[in-house]
Write a protein that binds this ligand. Structure first.
Ligand code: SF4
Length: 210
C-alpha cells in the first residue's frame, strides 16, 4: 500500500509570528477545533484509504496544548492503528507525548530556532523552512550543515513561499533545486493531501471553512 495522508486542520489558535503566515493575513475562516469535530475522522480515513494522519493548522496544533488534552486523548484513541505526523512551530511543549508520533515536522524561519529542536523520543524529526526574500545562499548552507551534524534532526526541507494572494514565490529556486535530494529536499507547494476539518473533507486548503 502506498502512503496516503489525511491532514487534520486544527484551529486552537496560534502565536501568529511566522513571517509568511497566510492564515493570519487572509483571515481564513477555519472553524475552531472541537472534540465532536473528530466524530467522522475514522470513517473518512477508511473511506479515503489513508494510512497516515497528519496534524496541522489553521494555527498551531500544540497551541495551549494543556487545555486540549481531552481532544488529544480522543485523537490518539481513534488513530491508534495509523501512522501519525505532527506539524508544529513549537518545540518542547510540556506534556506532549512526542513518542506517539511517527514523525514530527518543525516549521522554522531562523537558524537560531534549530538550537531548540530536540528529538523527544520521536522516530523521525524533520525541519522545514519556508524560503522568504530574507534568505541568502550562505544561510541555506549553514542550515544544511547544522542539520547534517545534528543527532536530533533527520530530515531537512525547504519550501517555497505562498504569498497573501496564494501566489507562489521562488526565492533561490535554482540553488534549492540543485541541492534537492542531496543536501535537502525542496518542496514545491501543492495540495498534496486530503484535508479533514470538523467532520468535513476538502481537497484544497483555501476552501476549508468556506
Ligand atoms: S504556525 Fe502556522 S498559523 Fe501559526 S503563525 Fe506560523 S504559519 Fe501562521
Amino acid at each position: 500500500m502506498n502512503d496516503k495522508y489525511i491532514s487534520i486542520i486544527t484551529n486552537f489558535g496560534c502565536h501568529y509570528t511566522c513571517p509568511y503566515c497566510i492564515v493570519k493575513n487572509n483571515n481564513l475562516n477555519i472553524p475552531k477545533t472541537t472534540i465532536n469535530g473528530l466524530d467522522s475522522l475514522w470513517l473518512e480515513t477508511v473511506r479515503n484509504q489513508c494510512n497516515w494522519i497528519s496534524l496541522s493548522g489553521g494555527g498551531d496544533p500544540l497551541w495551549h496544548y494543556s487545555e486540549h488534552k481531552d481532544w488529544y486523548d480522543k485523537f490518539f484513541e481513534i488513530t491508534e492503528d495509523l501512522n501519525r505526523e505532527l506539524h508544529t512551530s513549537l518545540p518542547n511543549v510540556p506534556g506532549v507525548p512526542y513518542e506517539a508520533f511517527d514523525r514530527v515536522v518543525y516549521h522554522l524561519h531562523s537558524l537560531e530556532q534549530l538550537y531548540n529542536i530536540k528529538r523527544q523520543n520521536c522516530a523521525i524529526v524533520r525541519v522545514v523552512f519556508v524560503v522568504t526574500e530574507n534568505f541568502t545562499e550562505d544561510l541555506i548552507n549553514r542550515i544544511a550543515v547544522f542539520c547534517a551534524n545534528s543527532d536530533d534532526i533527520d530530515e531537512l526541507s525547504f519550501r517555497h513561499m505562498v504569498d497573501n494572494h496564494y501566489q507562489e514565490t521562488y526565492y533561490f529556486y535554482e540553488y534549492l533545486k540543485a541541492g534537492h535530494k542531496k543536501l535537502w529536499w525542496y518542496i514545491e507547494q501543492n495540495d498534496y493531501n486530503l484535508y479533514y476539518c470538523q467532520n468535513k473533507v476538502y481537497t484544497e486548503y483555501k476552501n476549508i471553512g468556506r
